[in-house]
Design a protein around this ligand. Structure first.
Ligand code: NAD
Length: 705
């Protein structure tokens, strides 16, 4: 009987359609309409003039068999909440049975209750439903045409945020593109879109203070229309704009030359990070693109900055307005610090007042009162976020805002939505729910770790483990090419960067630290791991070998700690310094005078620095590894062969041979040292400083007393 049943099911057409259900997303079996939607979304999302990162959404309606009933249903496939068009895949689409979504109108209680509609979307899901449907779902689902694009192009938002936007839209498109006054996304906006799209002469709408929505019968048609509207908006701005929409250049805000600008940015960044991180630890992103520098050097800068950003999903990341540093371009650091402290205090008071002006009993709690964007005329823009990608995107959004302001000022006057409307999006319960759905931050999220000698062995294992736990990692190594490769393998500039650094050279250390700071806004964890070994008896140790080992290990650790200290101090976020020493720092083995005493110097530096840096919350600890053969460049570079010969074992068995000499009889691997470094920095040992941890499987002669 069961076999018979299976055969019967196999013959049903519904079975043939099954692979298209969300639980079986085999790409070749997807309906053409969905394939077209994904391809179109990727094209639109990869052009920054068409939409910002994560901004906008697209949809297609397709008819498909429901494998559960064997009947055909109309499905709405729409980009889900939180995704990005440029990288959209099938998994990022919500799948909704359209007739059920449309029927929700019967439940709609009016604009004051429209948020509750979002709670009903899951009841319209097709199968498992795919991604979480976003608040923009009605804008797609209620339109009767099969394809809809909702986008955030700077050129269209410039019109949407112009004081006389409605008139301009009428002038450019004469009714083919409608004007919709600002309305928070939701059911009501969806109904408006349905009415407008019912008119065959209207191809789309400019949404006041927000963006663009266009529709079409086919994917090609809506894409053509979206691009046409954006192109024509840009052409209008280009032809009708008055010169210098941001006003004349201000001489005292002339950008510094590139090298000086970047040096200044590196000097200021840790101080600015402290300002952005008073409530919550942030990492930073720096931009000194021509668009930013031009805006920062114009007369109307102060006035425009005060008006804040424009598009709803912009100010969620950028905050309602940036902090503008108003000290002269070349002012001494102490003056800048003093003024920054004043401006920060003012910013926090104003932000709290903004919250208090608009919050009601049901408003989500204040999310922190520090700025996310700090503008420094003559230098550039510093943006901040809980991780590097968020910080970078916040900066990109403010560049969008600059483009929008330039366009609007050129043809009209920049007039973003009212403060109350901005607040209603920034502290929208639905946005709060979206934030709550994010995964719990990893243990090292928001921290920047600099690992010297990070391109090989123990340093590499530490860099990998730290990146896995959410840290931004700087691979600082003599071998710059290898450092760059490791950084790329760890996920590229949002996760890791490689910097060339000879830790024995003070200038190279200063330059490498500055690069690290420019990449992520500062440094929280310093791992002094770079090292070499040149073993030998007293008689065999040349002065060159002595100096070389001392220059890299104690001197290198000193130079890196000395360069990092002002950064750690300025950030006001505490921090960690870890010296990777050695069991040889303790154990007086034969024929190793230079290496072992150099390691002992590094180990004692741990205690000295721990005592000195406690007042700025910096913990200083050390790790004493032993016998890490696997992955170690030190052992691979001849040292392993010589040791193996000495002990009469094969070089490949050296690790196991060392293990047999230990209490636990375990081979020590680079990952073991990395885990010790993680335990010292992930909050497990928050009040431990001045400690040396042996990671050696138990070498009794190296037990600490
Ligand atoms: P490794 O050779 O695999 O890695 C060392 C890295 O340091 C390399 O990438 C190298 O390019 C870099 N480096 C060398 N000189 C540098 C300089 N002047 N500036 C910047 N980078 C430089 O070595 P490993 O075995 O991973 O050792 C890492 C650290 O651990 C060293 O300090 C070493 O003394 C210590 N240690 C190793 C062992 C072991 O058994 N492997 C045991 C105890 C301590």
């Amino acid at each position: 009987m069961p076999a018979k049943k299976r055969t019967a099911v196999k013959k049903r057409p519904a079975k043939a359609a099954a692979p298209t259900a969300p639980s079986a997303p085999a790409v070749p079996d997807l309906p053409q309409g969905v394939l077209d939607l994904i391809a179109r979304s990727n094209r639109l999302g990869s052009d920054p003039t068409i939409t910002n990162y994560g901004g906008g959404n697209t949809s297609a309606k397709v008819r498909q068999l429901n494998p559960a009933t064997g009947t055909e249903v109309e499905l709405l496939y729409v980009k889900g909440s939180g995704g990005d068009l440029g990288t959209l895949t099938y998994a990022g689409l919500a799948a909704i049975e359209r007739d059920r979504l449309v029927a929700l109108d019967a439940q709609y209680r009016g604009v004051d209750h429209e948020d509750e509609m979002v709670g009903l979307f899951p009841f319209c899901s097709f199968g498992a439903g795919g991604a979480t449907p976003s608040i923009d779902t009605p804008m797609h689902g209620l339109v009767d045409l099969d394809h809809v694009d909702h986008l955030h192009p700077d050129a269209v938002i410039a019109l949407a945020c112009s004081a006389d936007g409605e008139k301009l839209v009428q002038k450019i498109w004469g009714g083919a593109v409608a004007w919709v006054p600002w309305k928070r996304p939701g059911w009501e906006l969806g109904k408006t879109m349905r009415e407008l799209s019912a008119n065959p002469d209207v191809i789309g709408a400019v949404l006041g203070g927000h963006g663009l929505t266009a529709w079409g019968r086919t994917s090609a048609e809506v894409e053509r229309r979206s691009k046409k509207i954006i192109r024509e908006a840009q052409q209008y701005l280009d032809s009708a704009s008055k010169p210098d929409p941001f006003g004349a250049l201000v001489k005292s805000r002339t950008p510094l030359p590139e090298a000086g600008r970047r040096a200044r940015a590196a000097q200021l960044f840790p101080h600015l990070r402290a300002v952005a991180s008073a409530d919550r630890r942030m990492v930073g992103h720096f931009t000194d693109s021509p668009v930013v520098l031009d805006f920062l050097s114009r007369r109307k800068l102060d006035k425009l900055v005060a008006l804040g950003t424009s598009c709803p999903d912009h100010f969620l990341r950028t905050k309602v307005r940036p902090l503008l540093l108003d000290t002269p371009v070349g002012a001494p650091l102490e003056k800048v610090q003093a003024r920054l402290a004043e401006l920060h205090a003012e910013y926090r008071v104003e932000y709290q007042a903004y919250y208090d002006r608009h919050a009601t009993a049901s408003t989500p709690a204040l999310r922190g009162a520090d700025p996310a964007i700090i503008l420094v005329p003559g230098v550039g823009m510093f943006s901040f976020g809980a991780d590097k990608q968020t910080a970078r995107v916040a900066g990109e959004f403010y560049v969008n805002a600059i483009n929008v302001m330039r366009g609007a000022q050129g043809v009209s006057r920049y007039a973003p939505v009212s403060e109350a409307d901005k607040f209603s999006v920034e502290y929208w319960q639905l946005e709060e729910d979206k934030l709550a759905r994010r995964p719990k931050p990893k243990a090292l999220a928001g921290k920047v770790a600099l690992v010297t000698g990070g391109a090989s062995g123990i340093g590499l294992a530490t860099a990998e483990l730290f990146a896995q736990h959410g840290a931004c990692v700087v691979i600082a190594d003599l071998d710059a090419a290898k450092a760059a490769t490791v950084a790329a393998d760890l996920g590229g500039p949002d996760k890791a960067v490689g910097v060339a650094m000879d830790v024995s050279d003070p200038d190279a250390v200063t330059a490498g630290l500055a690069e690290a700071v420019l990449a992520f806004g500062g440094v929280d964890i310093v791992i002094n791991n770079a090292g070499i070994t040149r073993a030998g008896s007293l008689a065999d140790t040349s002065l060159r070998d002595w100096d070389l080992q001392y220059s890299i290990m104690p001197r290198g650790s000193f130079l890196v700690a000395r360069a990092a200290e002002p950064v750690l101090r300025a950030q006001k976020l505490g921090g960690d310094i870890i010296n990777v020493c050695s069991k040889n720092a303790v154990f007086a083995g034969p024929n190793n005078i230079a290496y072992s005493s150099a390691k002992a110097a590094q180990a004692h530096m741990v205690r000295l620095l721990a005592a000195e840096l406690g007042d700025i919350g910096v913990r200083v600890n050390g790790i004493n590894p032993d016998g890490v053969v696997r992955g170690s460049g030190i052992f691979a570079g001849g040292w392993g062969a010589s040791r193996a010969k000495t002990y009469g074992v094969a070089e490949d068995d050296l690790g196991k041979y060392y293990a047999q000499r230990t209490v636990l009889k375990e081979e020590v691997l680079p990952e073991h040292i990395a885990k010790a470094a993680l335990a010292l920095t992930d909050g497990s040992l928050p009040i431990t400083t001045g400690l040396l941890i042996p990671v050696d499987s138990g070498v009794t002669q190296a037990f600490l007393r």
